[in-house]
Design a protein around this ligand. Structure first.
Ligand code: A3P
Length: 290
C-alpha cells in the first residue's frame, strides 16, 4: 500500500524474485503501479482491474503494489469491497525521512515549486490562506510532503475495513538493512509453501549502498552471475537532512507517532525500530511511555 518513499519498489522487486508472486502487468503510464483504488482508473471498473492480473496458477499470489493507496481517503473502503480477504502490506519508515526523501524525489522530477524553495521552507510554510499561485503551489507541496506521514490516521482507516490479522506492517528501516529476514517473515505470514531463501539471493552493494539482487546466470541469459540494483531514482544520493529540519519534523510528527505507537500496541504489533529516534526532541530522547 505504500506510503510512497518507504522502499515499496524494493519490496515489489524482491517479491517478483519468487515465481509464486505475480504482480499486476506494468503499464506505460503507471509503470509498476495499477493505482486502481485511488484514482480515475477506478471508474474503468472491475474487469479492467482484473485484466491487469493474468497467467496465474493455482498457487499464485497476486499482488498490486500501488504506493498511493495508503494515505488515500477512499482506497481502504474500495479495496475491502472488492478484496475483503486480501493481505494489506504497509511499509513504515521514520516519517521525517520519508518527507525528506519525497522532497528529493519531487525535486529530481523537476518540480518547479520544489526547486525554488528549500526543504526547510516547505515544511515551515505557514498557511495564512492566501490564494495567490505561489502560496497555493507551496501549500499543495507541503501537504503532499507531510500528510502521508500521519501514519496513525491512515492506518486507522485501513483498520476500519480490514481485520488486524490481515494487515502486515513492515519496519522500513529494518527492511532496508535486513531485507532477507523481512522477506522470510513475509513469506511465512503469507503462507508461501516454497519460500525463496533471500539470504542467498540478496547481496549488499557497497557501490549502491543498498541490497541488490544476485541474478543467476540462467535468469537473464548472459552467462554470468551478476548483481542487479534498483535504478538511480531509488536510493538517491543527496546531502543529509539538516539538524534543524530533523528537529522540526520530530516535533511535528510527535503526536502522530505517539498515536501510532498506541495503535500498534492495541493491535498487538511490535513498534518499528526507528520510533525511539523519531520521538527524540531537539536531541533529547523523550522518555516516552507509549
Ligand atoms: P531514497 O531514494 O530517498 O533513498 P519507494 O520505492 O517507495 O519510492 O522508496 C524509495 C526508497 O526505498 C529509497 O529512498 C530508499 O531509501 C529505499 N530503499 C530500500 N531498499 C532499497 C534498495 N534495495 N534499493 C534502493 N532503495 C531502497
Amino acid at each position: 500500500m505504500g506510503p510512497q518513499k518507504t522502499g515499496t519498489t524494493a519490496l515489489y522487486t524482491y517479491l517478483k524474485m519468487n515465481p509464486i508472486f505475480k504482480s499486476s502487468s506494468p503499464s506505460a503510464q503507471d509503470f509498476e503501479e495499477v493505482q486502481f483504488f485511488n484514482n480515475k482508473h477506478y471508474f474503468k471498473g472491475v474487469d479492467w482491474y482484473f485484466s491487469r492480473f493474468t497467467d496465474g496458477e493455482s498457487e499464485t499470489i497476486f499482488y498490486d503494489k500501488s504506493a498511493t493507496y495508503f494515505d488515500d481517503p477512499q482506497a481502504a473502503r474500495r479495496a475491502s469491497a472488492l478484496l475483503p480477504d486480501a493481505h494489506i502490506v504497509i511499509l513504515l519508515v521514520d516519517p521525517a525521512d520519508r518527507a525528506y526523501s519525497w522532497y528529493q524525489h519531487i525535486k529530481a522530477h523537476s518540480d518547479s515549486t520544489a526547486n525554488s524553495v528549500s526543504f526547510e521552507q516547505v515544511i515551515t510554510f505557514k498557511d495564512f490562506g492566501y490564494q495567490d499561485e505561489k502560496s497555493k503551489a507551496l501549500r499543495a507541496l507541503r501537504n503532499r510532503c507531510l500528510h502521508p506521514g500521519y501514519y496513525s490516521q491512515h492506518l486507522s482507516k485501513w483498520l476500519e475495513f480490514y481485520h488486524p490479522r490481515q494487515i502486515i506492517i513492515i519496519d522500513g528501516l529494518w527492511f532496508k538493512h535486513n531485507p532477507a529476514s523481512v522477506m522470510k517473515r513475509l513469506q511465512l505470514l503469507l503462507g508461501v509453501r516454497e519460500p525463496l531463501d533471500y539470504e542467498k539471493r540478496l547481496v549488499f552493494s557497497e557501490w549502491k549502498g543498498f541490497f541488490c539482487q544476485l541474478v543467476e546466470p540462467t535468469t537473464e541469459g548472459n552467462g554470468t552471475e551478476h548483481v542487479k540494483c534498483l535504478g538511480q531514482s531509488k536510493g538517491r544520493k543527496y546531502p543529509p537532512m539538516s539538524k534543524e529540519a530533523r528537529n522540526l519534523l520530530n516535533r511535528h510528527y510527535w503526536p502522530h507517532n505517539r498515536q501510532l505507537a498506541r495503535l500498534l500496541i492495541d493491535i498487538g504489533l511490535p513498534l518499528p525500530t526507528w520510533m525511539d529516534d523519531a520521538m527524540s526532541l531537539d536531541g533529547l530522547r523523550a522518555s516516552v511511555i507509549y
